[in-house]
Design a protein around this ligand. Structure first.
Ligand SMILES: [Zn+2]
Length: 584
């Protein structure tokens, strides 16, 4: 007779193992060994957590009716596992045909797993007691060690900080500063946001504002230090096999948060995006720091498990979220406690970042994706095929492109709503008159402007042009069309708080004496070939690591359609400081 408990545990572990395969397949870039271990052992541990009680209940219910208790308990566990995958597929908007095929495949797998669990339990029951104890102990020890080894890195990204916390002060800040950054927000789309217009109505909007790099880490590091990527060092690749193995910010570079903290402002950050963590030095200088994405990433990392699939279907509100609503709620909680004294609060919203149309607790139906049931997508279904589109394996037609753009706009709308609600809340609390509010983005987003989707691959305007609006006390509303760059934001914020820009290369944008033509070094792409170059007011120069050169006359050709590098080889000499790349 097989042991019922052994059959339950083996059945649970088998569903966990299947979910481990799905988890690894859905997370192609775990990067660190500790992440990989979490992905391997996490699903098995979670499977045992739900399978043991459910199997025990099933065994108890059937004990009087049948003698095949072990088979019924194991079969029940497999049925729950298969049902969770079907529910996930149904929620992802899959067609009835795809669901029927999936049900067939899962049915066969469930029967096979049940048989395997009962056979393993029978085999174990016929062994000597010492062998049984040895096998049990070895399995428990392997699971425990795997979980422990995978845990430490998993939680280190949640917080950070440790900068000056504004105790006794000699300096007196002129006003508080609220810096709002939105991930992947195109400048043209930003200008249609109600929150943008509301700030622009009483502040200065900069319509030719560019960032130095087309992806989050180097660009945000430039924003927070006032220095170009080659100077702060964040974002260079450390491994050709992993996107996340990147250099952190150099420790000797002063940060905006550190300078403002020393000047007497209480500093805090509520951010999203796994690149904005202590691991990359982004928290440096802040008194306190929370990365909300890392909490929901932990849930997302285990998203291909039975418990998480069922939670998404029936209790999505309980799952950790890094959506705009959560960021606003945390910002208000923090301002409630610290808003009565001068502060620097940085909020980063991730919602418009791909995949588009994501909602709280949302995740993909990976089984169906793996089985290549790529559906055209009903209205409102998120678009997750970014990796395929990036690789050129998915070429959507005009209708699907429109749908994808609309999902992105919905994501921007949800940030717009929450930022608007936060501004209302600050008005009601009387915080607005003594706070300089700045809205900008880490980079833009391409929607086939030059054939591609998303960002990180090119240095075209759709990814480098970002919104910037500064609304501070005593300002006259204005629109500025001269070239301004990410390097100017830190000096501007330092000046707004009433402190010195500390010899930063950028200019205080609100100082009328500080205008002038400048050249911004560009670089640090995320995917594909590395590109670097520079951007001036009316032209751009870019050079790939293989030596391809592109020059665009932005006055004559703002869409960057005509590469004039061959026509004007002298453009870059003298005007573009071609800098040797530091790091790799
Ligand atoms: Zn970004």
């Amino acid at each position: 007779m097989p042991s019922v408990l052994a059959a339950i545990l083996v059945a649970g572990a088998l569903t966990g193992l299947a979910d481990t395969v799905l988890t690894l397949a859905g997370s192609p870039d775990p990067g660190l060994v500790t992440y990989k271990l979490s992905y391997v052992f996490g699903p098995i541990l979670l499977a045992l957590v739900w399978a043991a009680p459910i199997g025990a209940v099933a065994a108890e219910l059937c004990r009087r009716r049948t003698r095949r208790v072990a088979a019924v308990a194991a079969g029940f566990i497999q049925a729950v596992w298969a049902a969770s995958l079907l529910v996930d597929g149904w929620r992802a908007g899959q067609s009835p045909f795809a669901l029927i095929v999936l049900a067939g495949v899962l049915g066969i797998a469930a029967v096979a797993f049940t048989r395997l669990a009962v056979d393993a339990a029978t085999w174990l029951a016929t062994r000597a007691p010492a062998v049984r104890a040895g096998v049990t102990l070895a399995a428990a020890a392997a699971l425990l060690c795997g979980v422990l080894a995978g845990t430490p890195r998993g939680t280190s990204g949640f917080g950070g900080g440790g900068g000056p916390c504004a105790g006794s002060r000699t300096a007196s800040p002129r006003q508080s500063v609220l810096l709002i950054t939105v991930d992947a927000l195109r400048a043209d789309v930003a200008r249609e946001m109600r929150a943008y217009r509301r700030l622009a109505d009483r502040g200065v909007a900069f319509t030719q504002h560019v960032t130095a790099s087309p992806w989050t880490l180097p660009s945000v590091a430039s924003l927070l230090t006032g220095r170009a990527p080659d100077d702060h060092g964040a974002g260079a690749s450390l491994s050709s096999r992993s996107l996340v193995l990147r250099t952190p910010m150099r420790r000797d570079v002063p940060t905006l948060a550190g300078l403002l903290g020393t000047h007497g402002l209480r500093t805090h950050a509520v951010v999203t995006n796994p690149f904005l963590t202590a691991r990359y030095g982004i928290d440096r200088g802040f008194c306190t720091f929370e990365n909300v994405s890392m909490e929901s990433e932990a849930a997302r990392a285990l998203g291909q498990t039975t418990l998480l699939r069922l939670a998404r279907a029936f209790a999505a509100g309980w799952l950790p979220s890094d959506r705009a609503r959560e960021i606003r709620a945390r910002a208000e909680r923090w301002l409630d406690r610290h808003g009565n004294r001068p502060f620097f609060l940085w909020l980063h919203f991730l919602d418009p970042h791909a995949p588009y149309g994501d909602r709280d607790g949302a995740s993909t139906s990976l089984v169906l994706d793996l089985m290549a049931f790529q559906h055209a997508g009903a209205t409102g279904t998120p678009f997750r095929g970014v990796a395929l589109a990036r690789a050129g394996e998915y070429r959507p037609g005009p209708e699907e492109r429109r749908r994808i753009r609309a999902l992105y706009r919905e994501d921007v709308d949800s940030v717009d709503r929450e930022v608007g609600a936060l501004l209302d809340w600050m008005d009601a609390r009387g915080l607005t008159p003594r706070t300089a509010i700045v809205l900008t983005a880490d980079h833009g987003e391409e929607f086939w402007d030059h054939g591609g989707l998303e960002h990180g691959r090119t240095l075209y305007e759709e990814v480098l042009r970002v919104p910037l609006v500064v609304a501070a006390q005593g300002q006259k509303p204005a629109t500025r069309g001269d070239l301004t760059t990410v390097l100017d934001v830190a000096p501007t914020l330092l000046a707004l708080a009433g402190t010195d820009p500390h010899g930063l290369p950028g200019a205080d944008l609100l100082d009328p004496r500080a205008a002038g033509t400048r050249v911004l070094p560009l670089g640090q792409t995320l995917f594909g070939e590395d590109w670097s170059g520079c951007r001036a007011a009316s032209w751009k120069y870019a050079r790939s690591e293989s030596g391809e050169e592109r020059v665009y006359d932005l006055d004559q050709d703002p869409g960057e359609r005509r590469n004039v590098a061959a026509l004007a080889p002298g453009w870059r000499t003298g005007s573009c400081p071609t800098r040797p790349k530091s790091g790799s």
